[in-house]
Design a protein. Structure first.
Length: 267
């Protein structure tokens, strides 16, 4: 096996979450690992090939573009395929938070997820691991990526249980948050009637497409107010409102205070 591993010195062993190592594994045919009650939680992305996991006497086949999670404390084995052995990006973490987040995001019952859209996040993990920045900053960036991956898996998992047409509409709305998408435009997207789109979306997501879009805009605005120095006008334009006074009025109706007051709460 060929491995490129980056180890991290951990100054606070009792911290709720620490990244211990990251790396790339290119495995040989039938290469097998056995871990009994490991003290670390592991998350890996298969970018080539395939293999199998063995957890609680259950075999789970894993293929290219799958992510698998191995929580701390769970006995497991994994083995590369005999014909097409896998190659993987990985991250090992310690701490109670690293473990509990898996459960909090309801990922501990499944553990293996098809997620080709998240490959770039694992590439970022490897890139950040070798940046010329302080170790404490690397820990912050890498643990943030771990959280983001788990959150994205949670969303993908929830969406997988929903109607595919509804998910297609939701993704379209998410990709076009700078404007308001009409029910007619959604109808053209999935070749259905506007009324069908409205009822389906509300059934699957608990709100109308319009309400979903407004809620998205408010969430984006809140994040920009907290974490950037963009002006109220710039934020208003960013989420698709040319009139900042209208944006301010809408924001206050939803949040209860103006954008300016909201920002002051985080200064």
């Amino acid at each position: 096996m060929k491995e490129t591993i980056k180890y991290f010195s951990v100054s606070e062993n009792d911290a709720p979450i620490n990244v211990l190592m990251t790396g790339v594994s290119i495995c040989e045919k039938n290469q097998r690992y056995v871990r009994n009650k490991p003290s670390v939680s592991i998350i890996e992305y298969v970018f080539r090939g395939e293999g199998s996991l063995f957890i609680n006497n259950k075999k789970i086949d894993v293929k290219e573009d799958d992510i698998y999670i191995l929580p701390a404390g769970i006995n497991h084995e994994y083995c590369a395929d005999s014909q097409n052995p896998w190659a993987k990006y990985f991250m090992n973490l310690s701490g109670s938070l690293a473990l509990s987040l898996i459960s909090k995001f309801s990922l501990d019952d499944q553990l293996v997820f098809s997620a080709p859209s998240l490959k770039y996040l694992f590439k970022k993990i490897i890139k950040i691991s070798y940046e010329d920045i302080p170790e404490s900053e690397k820990q912050s960036k890498l643990t943030s990526l771990y959280f983001e991956i788990l959150h994205r898996l949670y969303v993908l998992n929830k969406d997988a249980q929903k109607n595919s047409e509804a998910v297609l509409m939701k993704n379209y709305l998410d990709e076009n948050s700078e404007r308001i998408i009409s029910n007619s435009e959604l109808a053209n997207l999935i070749y259905r009637s506007p009324d069908y789109c409205l009822k389906l979306f509300k059934r699957e997501f608990g709100r109308t497409p319009y309400d979903y879009q407004i809620n998205n805009k408010i969430q984006i605005a809140c994040s920009l107010l907290q974490h950037t120095e963009k002006s109220i006008f710039e934020i208003s334009e960013f989420i698709g409102y040319q009139n900042p006074h209208y944006f301010t009025s809408m924001f206050k109706s939803k949040i209860g205070i103006t954008p300016t007051q909201y920002r002051k709460n985080f200064n």
